[in-house]
Design a protein around this ligand. Structure first.
Ligand code: ADP
Length: 461
């Protein structure tokens, strides 16, 4: 037994092993159906033979920060196996042979300590199609890639090792890498939607002293376009806000402030002239100010002119009773109100800049209005064409088109009238938007209280 002890002592410590990885699927939020696919990978380890033939490599595809690394760790954590990781950019070395020998060492360690998960971050750094990079750097990378291919094939029948790699560019990978038996399974992880963002916030809130009444919906609504890494950061910053003030609970307000900071970080990367900010602000403010008049539409979560990742001129609109909208449950009257709100940006453009200076910033919402007006008239909801008797009569189609146009015009006049009556409110909202880029529900409704010609109660979700 003395010999065995000595051998263990002489063995080099594994360099690529990450110790104490204790991530579970419950730590990764908003997975939806992807979770089933990952559970199957876990079964490779826990049920052995049956899954052994199902390929050795899984490719997690998606933008940075959506939780690919976290997921790979969760697979290892759920299966209770060792986790080895390396970033592919570490392979790409100046000295010939270093990349390849690192890959060899990585897989040797993983096999000696099997069962294990090998995680390769940014696979595209090394897995780009061969021959695309010229010069000696390219040759070195080819040697590394070749070694990776050899290592992927090499362990068949020897310890259980699964390789999980992440990439944002599955399309540029060398075809040899994605051949059956290598990285033959691709799992796409998109940016989280509204519900996903709520879940991610809640996962990170679990370990924090949150106030009972935290409004996760409000935070999720104002973080459209953000990924898990950014949402995790918001919770961390909120905790710092709380501690700095010497309080013991994290409130919705802490989270709102943190979210605004995160967003400003994003904004700093984008430059806009003051005129552009103002024009976008008028566009958004107009919708909010008109919407506030209507019971089904006034459920404004926030108003923002912040550009978002992936949308160059993008800015998120206020959320107006999203459930009713998505489910198509608008009544006849609220459909008309909806058309009016969608025309508000066009009306504001005319009122603030004049007929000669019209832009096309309202093109998208005007389109929404037109299509809603067609639904309204063709669906037999309008005064003239009530009921289905007129629905299928072909020679009435011209009439119906004319009436859709009349509906749009009528709503347009209403939008204009509301904006004219609320000039003070508009100016105040536009000013604040240009300054702060985003207004929370509370901030917006306090301006309505102060300057609005109508004073509705702030709605509750
Ligand atoms: P990627 O590998 O896709 O770039 P990471 O896994 O490194 O992203 O994510 C960074 C951090 O962001 C994670 O450690 C975690 O705290 C948080 N995160 C990202 N996505 C999620 C998610 N879906 N659920 C919970 N936390 C997440």
């Amino acid at each position: 037994s003395g010999a065995r002890v000595r051998r263990a002592h002489n063995k080099r410590l594994p360099q690529y092993l990450e110790r104490g990885v204790d991530v579970k699927f419950s730590d990764v939020a908003g997975l939806g159906k992807i979770r089933l696919e990952l559970e199957e990978i876990v079964k490779f380890f826990t049920h052995g033979e049956m899954y052994r033939r199902r390929g050795v490599g899984i490719l997690l595809c998606g933008p940075p920060g959506v939780g690919k690394t976290l997921l790979a760790k969760a697979v290892a954590g759920e299966a209770g196996v060792n986790f080895f990781s390396i970033s592919a950019s570490q392979f790409v070395e100046i000295y010939v042979g270093v990349g390849a020998s690192r890959v060899r060492a990585l897989y040797q360690e993983a096999r000696e300590n099997a069962p294990s998960v090998v995680f390769i971050d940014e696979l595209d750094a090394v897995g780009r199609e061969r021959g695309l990079i010229k010069g000696s750097g390219g040759q070195e990378r080819d040697a590394t890639l070749n070694q990776l291919l050899v290592s992927l094939d090499g362990f068949e029948g020897r310890g259980e090792v699964i390789t999980i790699a992440s990439t944002n560019r599955p399309d540029i990978l060398d075809p040899a890498l994605v051949r059956p038996g290598r990285f033959d399974r691709k799992i796409y992880i998109p940016k989280p939607g509204l519900i996903g963002r709520i879940e991610i916030l809640k996962v990170h809130a679990r370990k924090k002293p949150m106030a009972e009444d935290v409004d996760y919906m409000a935070i999720a609504s104002m973080t459209d376009g953000m990924v898990g890494a950014e949402l995790a950061n918001i919770v961390e910053v909120a905790a710092i806000n709380m501690m700095r003030d010497g309080r013991t609970e994290i409130t919705t307000d802490d989270l709102l402030q943190a979210a605004q900071m995160e967003e400003r970080g994003m904004l700093d990367r984008k430059e806009r002239s003051l005129d552009t900010w103002k024009q976008v602000a008028i566009n958004e403010a107009a919708m909010a100010v008109v919407a506030v008049n209507y019971p089904d539409l006034k459920n404004i979560e926030f108003v923002t002119i912040a550009p978002r990742a992936g949308r160059e001129l993008g800015y998120v609109r206020m959320k107006m009773d999203p459930i009713k909208f998505k489910e198509g449950m608008l009544t006849r009257q609220s459909l008309l109100d909806h058309i009016t709100v969608q025309l508000a940006p066009r009306a504001a453009d005319e009122l603030w800049f004049g007929e000669d200076q019209l832009s096309t910033i309202w093109a998208e919402t005007a389109d929404n209005a037109r299509s809603a007006a067609r639904t309204y008239v063709l669906g037999g909801l309008s005064e003239k064409h009530h009921g289905l008797s007129n629905f299928w009569v072909a020679d009435r189609l011209n009439d119906l088109d004319t009436e859709a146009l009349q509906t749009v015009n009528m709503c347009y006049e209403r939008a204009k009238e509301i904006l004219q009556k609320n000039r003070k409110l508009m100016d105040a909202v536009v000013d604040e938007l240009v300054q702060k880029k985003s207004l929370t529900k509370q901030e917006f409704f306090s301006l309505v209280e102060l300057h609005g010609s109508i004073k509705p109660m702030p709605p509750s979700i």
